[in-house]
Design a protein around this ligand. Structure first.
Ligand code: ADP
Ligand code: ADP
Length: 229
């Protein structure tokens, strides 16, 4: 389970200025669809609508065939895991930050999630391992490290649907590569919507949708879009 469908979705923050102008696409269960496009195209807006931070102006968003307006906020939150672009960690230990929301998880499960998100190496090198304090007063982590802690949290929560907003700003290419690998491992065999910033990072997506000014400018596979130029 975990299919997502956008049906002619229109949206405006301000009625005079449409942002999404009739988007129709599917993310079949277990598949990965990547949304790319220039800044301001509407990518973040689309993920906010799926999470129901805002309601569509018209059209429908369906999860497993059900209009998300007919689903409780609680089950929507349980169905969708979101890894945002700018992760803010709690002022607590790494273990707390990974276990957040899954308090019943065992240490083994926490550590398995850390391996999937590829942070086990850096945790082992930290002064107190999983008990290292992070956040404002703790160990300073890079943006990429923070994002991977957030990925580990999402892996542990294991929601049927993942929304992954690829970090872009000021990451060195090694960090970017590591995050990309972590995202690929996490999204494999799960319904995933990846908000990406360049084509090179989403080679494995089943479909790529190029969004421009609130509409679908192009869609296809990575190879197909490259061939089309
Ligand atoms: P992207 O994620 O592709 O960069 P966004 O979805 O963030 O695009 O933004 C799409 C458009 O919506 C932009 O023109 C942006 O200025 C506008 N926008 C984004 N968030 C808001 C908001 N909360 N209120 C009003 N306009 C917004
Ligand atoms: P990001 O690009 O990190 O996803 P946002 O989605 O918050 O950041 O913002 C995207 C664009 O929308 C930016 O250009 C920002 O200035 C604009 N924006 C965000 N919130 C608002 C708002 N409340 N009113 C108008 N524009 C907004």
């Amino acid at each position: 389970s975990g299919s997502v469908k956008f049906e002619d979705v229109r949206f405006a923050y301000d009625p005079d200025r449409p942002i999404l102008k009739g988007l129709t696409f599917d993310v079949p269960a277990g598949r990965t669809v990547a949304i790319v496009g220039p800044s301001g195209a509407g990518k973040s807006t689309l993920s906010r609508l799926l999470f129901r931070l805002y309601d569509v102006s018209s059209g429908r968003i369906l999860i497993d065939g059900q209009d998300i307006r007919d689903v409780t906020q609680e089950s929507l939150r349980a169905a969708i895991g979101m890894v945002p672009q700018d992760t803010v960690l709690f002022n607590d230990t790494i273990r707390y930050n990974i276990r957040y929301g899954r308090w019943d998880a065992t240490d083994e499960e926490v550590e398995a999630a850390a391996r999937t998100a590829q942070i086990d190496d850096f945790i082992r090198m930290s002064p107190k391992g999983y008990e290292t304090e992070v956040g404002e007063r703790g160990l300073k982590l890079s943006g990429g490290e923070k994002q991977r802690v957030a990925i580990a949290r999402t892996v542990l929560k294991a929601p049927p649907i993942l929304v992954l907003d690829e970090a872009t700003s000021a990451l060195d290419s090694h960090t970017e590569h590591e995050i990309q690998e972590a995202l690929e491992r996490v999204s494999r065999n799960r319904t995933s919507l990846v908000i990406a910033h360049r084509l090179s990072t989403i080679v494995g997506a089943d479909e790529i949708i190029v969004l421009d000014q609130g509409g679908i400018a192009e869609r296809g596979t990575h190879a197909g879009l490259l061939a089309a130029g």
